[in-house]
Design a protein around this ligand. Structure first.
Ligand SMILES: [Cu+2]
Length: 153
């Protein structure tokens, strides 16, 4: 009896595994863009947070990031930090091109996703979701890990 149960369990494991592999292969074929190292630098006192990620383009055509939204924040905008002499300022970015077979980093000192007006309490250790919309029509619902300023360094 116990042998039968074991056999059944390992069979369903094998089935789940093979379905998982098929699903991953289909996803890779459908999406040009994948996102890695997605995280948010959280700040206390409801200060705006900043989202960072690396966008990877597996296709042979450039793809633009054209819009960002989130159910966790009222406002999610792509900004670029530019330095003019001694000071720095942020400018709005309409689109960010991910080169064919290349990648672009949204990283501290360069680009960031400005996240304002959190719709609920967000704390380090949480995961928030951003919807990244691209020029080829795909939208990636992407989990971002929330880090404290100390964890971010
Ligand atoms: Cu900003």
């Amino acid at each position: 009896m116990s042998i039968q149960i074991k056999t059944f369990a390992s069979l369903s494991c094998a089935l789940a595994l093979s379905f998982g592999i098929v699903g991953a292969a289909q996803a890779a074929g459908a999406n040009a863009i994948s996102v890695k190292d997605a995280w948010v630098r959280w700040l206390p006192n409801n200060l705006p947070a900043a989202g960072y990620a690396t966008l990877v383009n597996a296709s042979d055509k450039p793809v633009d990031l054209v819009d960002i939204s989130s159910n966790d924040y009222g406002d999610a905008m792509l900004h670029q930090t530019v330095s003019n002499g001694s000071s720095q300022k942020m400018v709005m970015v309409d689109k960010l091109t991910v080169p064919a077979h290349g990648q672009v980093a949204i990283s501290p000192g360069g680009y960031h996703v400005m996240l304002e007006d959190a719709k609920h309490k967000v704390a380090p250790g949480d995961t928030v979701h951003l919807q990244l919309k691209f020029s080829d029509g795909e939208t990636l619902d992407t989990p971002f890990v929330v880090k404290s300023p100390a964890q971010a360094n």
